[in-house]
Design a protein around this ligand. Structure first.
Ligand code: SF4
Length: 325
C-alpha cells in the first residue's frame, strides 16, 4: 500500500490541519484507560506520577487499587509513608511515591486541600517537573500549556523533519497546541507517539497526519538503543512457622531506601541447584535472579508473618519472588 501524496507541513494552515486531524483521530482511537474517565485533578495527578517511569499495563494494574486505598488527597496526606510505599510496590522508582506523599501534605496543610489550577502552581510542589505540571494543568483545568515527553518529542521531530531539542521543542509543542482542547491535544500527541508513531517501525499508513509529515518513517541516524547489561544475583529464602526472614534497605540507600527485601547472598560454592530462578529487569540491567532455600542472618533483618507480607513496603523483586514461592 502506498503512502498518500505529501502536502506542505510548515504553514499555519498545516498546523491547523494537524490539530484537527489529530484530535479527530484521538476522539475515535483513544485507548480506554482508567485515568481517562475523569478530569479530577487528584486522579489525573496520581496517574501522571505513576506513568512517569512505568509502562501503561503496570500502571493499570495498580492505579485503581492505589485510589481505593487513598481515595482523596486528604487520605493520602494522612497515611503513613510505609503504607504509601506498600501501595506503590510493583511500580518501582519509589522516590515518586515519597514525593507524591510529600506533595499531598503540602496541598492539605498549606493550600487548604485546594489543588493549584496552573502549571506554575503545580511546579511548586515536590516531585512535579515541567512536563507533569503542564500535563495536569492542561488535562484537569484546561490550561493552555503544551507538554513534551519522549513520545511528543519523536512525533514533533519526525513531523517537522528537524531534530529540535530543549527549548526549541517546547516552543514547537506550544505552537501546535490546540487552544480549545489543550488537555485532549496533549494526550493525543502522547497517544500518537505511543501507538502509531512508535520508536521502531512507525505505522505511517494509519497515521492521521501522514499527508503533512516531513519524514514518514524513522529519522535517519537516530540514537542507538542502549545495550542491556546482564547480571546474576542470589537471594536466600528462609521461611519458618508461617514467617519469612526479610531485611530492610538502609534509609540512606540511593535506591528504594527503607524497603524490605530478601537477604542477598554470595553465590553458593557447592553444585546444588537453586530453589527457582526468575528474570527481572531494571532500567538498563537484566537480572537473572537465583533464589536459594537456606537460613539467613542479617542485622537489619526480621521475621515477618506471611499473612501481613503484602501490606509491607516490599521491593518489586521481593514481591515477585514471594509470589512465585
Ligand atoms: Fe510518525 Fe509516520 Fe505519522 Fe510521520 S507519518 S508522524 S513518522 S507515524
Amino acid at each position: 500500500m502506498q503512502l498518500p501524496a505529501k502536502r506542505q507541513c510548515s504553514s499555519p494552515t498545516a498546523s491547523a490541519q494537524f490539530r484537527a486531524r489529530l484530535l479527530a483521530w484521538y476522539d475515535v482511537n483513544a485507548r480506554d484507560l482508567p485515568w481517562r474517565q475523569s478530569r479530577d485533578p487528584y486522579r489525573v495527578w496520581v496517574s501522571e506520577i505513576m506513568l512517569q517511569q512505568t509502562r501503561v499495563a503496570a500502571v493499570i494494574a495498580h492505579y485503581q487499587e492505589f485510589l481505593r486505598r487513598f481515595p482523596t488527597v486528604e487520605k493520602l496526606a494522612g497515611a503513613r509513608e510505609s503504607s504509601v510505599l506498600a501501595a506503590w510496590s510493583g511500580l518501582g522508582y519509589y522516590r515518586r511515591a515519597r514525593m507524591l506523599h510529600a506533595a499531598a501534605k503540602v496541598i492539605v496543610r498549606q493550600l487548604g486541600g485546594k489543588f493549584p489550577h496552573t502549571a506554575e502552581g503545580w511546579r511548586d510542589l515536590p516531585g512535579i517537573g515541567r512536563y507533569t505540571a503542564a500535563a495536569i494543568a492542561s488535562i484537569a483545568f484546561g490550561e493552555r500549556a503544551a507538554v513534551v515527553d519522549g513520545n511528543v518529542e519523536r512525533v514533533l521531530q519526525r513531523f517537522s523533519g528537524k531534530r529540535s531539542e530543549g527549548e526549541a521543542l517546547w516552543n514547537a509543542a506550544g505552537a501546535f497546541l490546540d487552544h480549545e482542547r489543550p488537555g485532549a491535544f496533549n494526550q493525543a500527541m502522547m497517544e500518537l507517539g505511543a501507538t502509531v508513531c512508535t520508536p521502531r517501525a512507525p505505522a505511517c499508513l494509519t497515521c492521521p497526519v501522514v499527508e503533512l509529515c516531513a519524514t514518514r518513517g524513522e529519522m535517519a541516524g537516530g540514537p542507538k538503543a542502549a545495550r542491556q547489561k546482564k547480571q546474576e544475583i542470589h537471594y536466600a529464602l528462609d521461611c519458618r512457622d508461617g514467617r519469612v526472614f526479610l531485611v530492610q534497605r538502609p534509609g540512606d540507600a540511593s535506591l528504594m531506601p527503607g524497603m524490605w527485601e530478601l537477604p542477598e547472598i554470595a553465590p553458593p560454592k557447592n553444585h546444588a541447584q537453586p530453589a527457582f530462578c526468575l528474570r527481572h529487569s531494571i532500567t538498563v540491567t537484566d537480572y537473572t535472579v537465583r533464589v536459594w532455600r537456606q537460613s539467613a542472618h542479617h542485622p537489619a533483618g526480621k521475621w515477618i508473618a506471611r499473612s501481613s507480607l503484602m501490606k509491607q513496603a516490599l521491593t518489586g523483586l521481593a514481591r515477585k519472588i514471594l509470589r512465585k514461592e
